[in-house]
Design a protein around this ligand. Sequence first.
Ligand code: B1M
Length: 210
Amino acid sequence: MADLEQISEMMQKGKAKEVKELCQEALDAGISAQTILDDALLAAMNIVGIKFKNNQVFVPEVLIAARAMNAGLEILKSELEAGESEVKGKVVLGTVKGDLHDIGKNLVKIMLEGKGLEVIDLGTDVSPEQYVEAAKTNNANIIAVSALLTTTMTQMENVVKAAEDAGIRDKITIMIGGAPVTQSFCDSIGADIYTPDASTAADKAMEVCL
Ligand code: B1M
């Protein structure tokens, strides 16, 4: 019998194989992918985050929990994507230079693809020039930038500047997000759109591409 609590426990322990199997069992039992994401995977990462902050767990444990979360996301991916097939626009996505956090970015990717948007995923530790080059090469509508650290979110302003320097600022929408990012920060660096979560990011991206 699928058990969200068990998925959460396995994820906190970094048991990727078990998380995958249990996510599949939960889907087979009729639990929605969104419920599994919210009540098991994100809930578990929240607990890991609190323990990390309180020095109860350290980077290696957080890293294997993150791997287990990404393994679970792989299973939920097809269900979270709403099944759109026609490409409606192109988004260049990545986590900023100096930042290795990719779970939120991966979630944004899943939601964007679910809306029928093509995502060029540059991964993590992406320089401003890499975003701009990929946007030009792929004729993208949007550059979507994620950052999880207060020390790396400042890179977002460099992405805006790089787009200006390359002469594409008026043709590209720059979206930003990630735990430390706010609307006022977005306004202060001259980015176009801030959203607090992956699902809203996908909705806003659709508005840009329609
Ligand atoms: Co890091 N880490 N970490 N970490 N880590 C945080 C972010 C931290 C808050 C933990 C803490 O102290 N409480 C803290 C940052 C403090 C700060 O800057 N103020 C921190 C730190 C300090 C560090 C290191 C410096 C630790 C060290 O080495 N001493 C180090 C930095 C490494 C680096 O990047 N250079 C580090 C390393 C790591 C791991 C590698 C171990 C691992 C990342 C593994 C991976 O991603 N593959 C890790 C993790 C997992 C975390 C926590 C525990 C969880 C982050 C996460 O994935 N959350 C985190 C604490 C926490 O958040 N509670 C923490 C789940 C994810 C779904 O949420 O990414 O916020 P999030 O995405 C959300 C929204 O923000 C939004 O959508 C998602 C929800 O739908 N969103 C967007 C994200 N991007 C968006 C883009 C958009 C729109 C919305 O538009 C483009």
